[in-house]
Write a protein that binds this ligand. Structure first.
Ligand SMILES: [Zn+2]
Length: 220
């Protein structure tokens, strides 16, 4: 799908604003999170190791999606640029990717525990669970491969011993998903601490998925 977004200052500023919103919502700590957006000519991604408060539109990095080399004179992209690129290549309908290490998502990811259908909001991520991508070292093609596999039928996954990643057909939708995912993870971890969460059955989850699509929310 052709991206409706051009590489303009407003698009770049929207990514910085989303980083700041992620920080304000408490789903990101420090500079571990990163955000990318598909543009008409490639993808824009946050630079490596820059505080969001100090990030300016010209610091964002434009990376071609067709394998051609990156233009010179740009900042170093986020060390996780490979999985951002590969997710956008694998999911032509998705326009944005958000990655972070939110505490509750990461706690579950440390245990390699997926989030089961313990709440109808799980359906907002495309299936009956939020899976965990296998462990691979940060910043590697191996990590990209396992993340792309975990996201095949989902718009979110946890990343073993690492964090979480979500996608969206808009940047706002991806940001919303990351915040909802952490809220869900927090609820699930809390429920596990006081008892045994009851799991919704396939029929109940199908109804939830249909309800989401009826009000225009693409579930994956
Ligand atoms: Zn990370």
């Amino acid at each position: 799908m052709q991206s409706p977004f051009s590489d303009r200052a407003e698009t770049r500023q929207a990514i910085i604003d989303a980083c700041l919103a992620m920080q304000a919502a408490g789903v990101n700590q420090g500079v571990s999170g990163n955000i990318s957006m598909r543009t008409k000519t490639g993808m824009l991604i946050t630079p490596s190791g820059i505080d969001y408060e100090k990030m300016r539109p010209d610091m964002l990095v434009l990376i071609p999606l067709d394998g051609s080399p990156m233009a010179e004179g740009q900042m170093k992209p986020s060390s996780e640029w490979q999985f951002h690129r590969d997710i956008l290549l694998a999911k032509p309908g998705e326009m944005a990717v958000v990655h972070a290490h939110p505490v509750y998502c990461t706690a579950l990811a440390m245990n390699h525990q997926p989030i089961p259908a313990c709440h109808y909001m799980v359906a907002a991520f495309g299936g009956d669970d939020v899976p965990v991508a296998d462990y691979a070292l940060f910043g590697t093609q191996d990590l990209s491969n396992v993340v792309v596999r975990a996201l095949e039928h989902r718009s979110a996954c946890l990343m073993a011993n690492h964090g979480a990643v979500v996608t969206g057909d808009t940047l706002a939708r991806a940001l919303w998903r990351m915040i909802e995912l952490e809220t869900l993870a927090k609820g699930y971890v809390t429920a596990l601490s006081i008892g045994t969460p009851k799991i919704l059955n396939a029929k109940q989850m199908n109804e939830a998925k249909k309800a989401f699509s009826d009000y225009g929310l693409k579930t994956r």
